[in-house]
Design a protein around this ligand. Structure first.
Ligand code: NAG
Ligand code: NAG
Ligand code: NAG
Ligand code: NAG
Length: 324
């Protein structure tokens, strides 16, 4: 393998893509079954957001989680004005009960949270609820969907322990935004890839009816794919997920993270899937980022005083299909 890799690099400057594989479905999650496969984490936000993550009974009582027509909706509170002594806007952070290494997960998303100050994420890493932070980032983190303050496009990224980098040129449709995955370098910005499609995030994603995100994690690469709802090139095993898939037919990924300069067996472990929404905090609320987004006032002030601005701060999932 190593010899082949060097051979490739001499012939072509871009790291070419490894073809996909076939997988069998292990979970088909919609509505209630999606909710049952996850648990709520009422923890303090490790990213220092203006948020209160609630437990499941509070989420139900406050209408922050709902199931209808086989869809799962997760939202933040949009009726309560907060005083500065309140701990933060109520929101959700859910974590899959199962952990995954080699797998494919296809998220069919109808809507994602939007609004100034919002920072939603769908990511994968290893943090059991009782040991938050304990071993991060030693088992790696993959951010599939992430952004702040409605700023498109979506950024996919990895965050790892030291000694993991990504080639600057590789076979993907997205644009490199950092090649050093070490969480302790560059203020934990990670090795990011911006998706080359403004409908991949925020209000533009939502007004287009959303779309599909998929992660394929093998022992030698991580690929992230995105298809707009209205794209004419959605693979049929993504738009109508069945019992098996063949990712070799999915074409060039939006983001490609090969193991050429990153030993996956020492940088990535078993991952839970995490879906969360915070406000402000380390990224969305940094004063330069928040004001550059064209958002009003200060982030915390805006989030405290404008509950109705968060009426659209919700995820609506049509389904999550997992293959192994
Ligand atoms: C979601 O949780 C993970 C782990 O704490 C974190 O890395 C990520 O930034 C969080 N995202 C948000 C929006 O809080
Ligand atoms: C996304 O929008 C920005 C700002 O309007 C624009 O400069 C950029 O070309 C757009 N990108 C794509 C891929 O359409
Ligand atoms: C998966 O798709 C690739 C590319 O079209 C094809 O070569 C391969 O035979 C397919 N695998 C299976 C098991 O169908
Ligand atoms: C990756 O790390 C594992 C575990 O330490 C080791 O066995 C393997 O040889 C390493 N692979 C490479 C290509 O260095």
């Amino acid at each position: 393998m190593r010899i082949n890799f060097h051979f490739f690099v001499i012939l072509a400057p871009a790291v070419t893509m490894t073809l996909g594989a076939t997988y069998q479905r292990s979970s088909q999650l919609t509505g209630q079954s999606f909710l049952d496969a996850f648990n709520f984490q009422a923890i303090s936000d490790p990213t220092n957001g203006r948020v209160t993550y609630v437990d499941e009974s509070t989420a139900k009582a406050d209408g922050l989680v709902s199931v209808a027509n086989n869809k799962l909706t997760l939202r933040a509170d949009y009726t309560t004005k907060l005083s500065s002594s309140d701990p933060g806007r109520k929101s959700f952070r859910i974590q899959s009960n199962s952990q995954y290494e080699t797998h494919v997960a296809i998220f069919d998303i109808a809507h994602m949270p939007q609004g100034c100050g919002t920072w939603p994420a769908i990511c994968a890493f290893n943090l059991l609820w009782s040991e938050v932070g304990a071993n991060w980032p030693n088992e790696g983190e993959v951010d599939i969907v992430e952004g702040v303050n409605d700023q498109t496009p979506n950024k996919c990224s990895l965050h790892t322990s030291s000694g993991c980098t990504m080639p600057s040129s590789r076979s993907m449709t997205g644009t490199v935004d950092g090649t050093d995955c070490d969480a302790y370098d560059n203020g934990n910005s990670g090795c990011g890839v911006n998706i080359n499609d403004n409908k991949s995030y925020g209000p533009q994603f939502n007004s287009n009816g959303g779309g599909w995100y998929a992660i394929e994690r093998s022992s030698s690469y991580i690929k992230i794919f995105f298809w707009e709802r209205t794209s004419g090139s959605v693979p049929s095993d993504v738009s109508s997920p069945g019992s098996s898939i063949n990712t070799s037919k999915w074409g060039t990924p939006a983001a490609y993270f090969p193991n050429t300069d990153c030993n996956f067996s020492t940088h990535f472990g078993e991952h839970n899937i995490i879906i969360n929404l915070t406000f402000c905090g380390d990224w969305a609320g940094s004063s330069s980022v928040y004001s550059a987004s064209g958002c009003p006032s200060t982030c915390v002030d805006y989030v405290n005083n404008n509950p109705s601005a968060f009426k659209n701060a919700y995820f609506e999932f049509n389904s999550l299909n997992i293959y192994q």
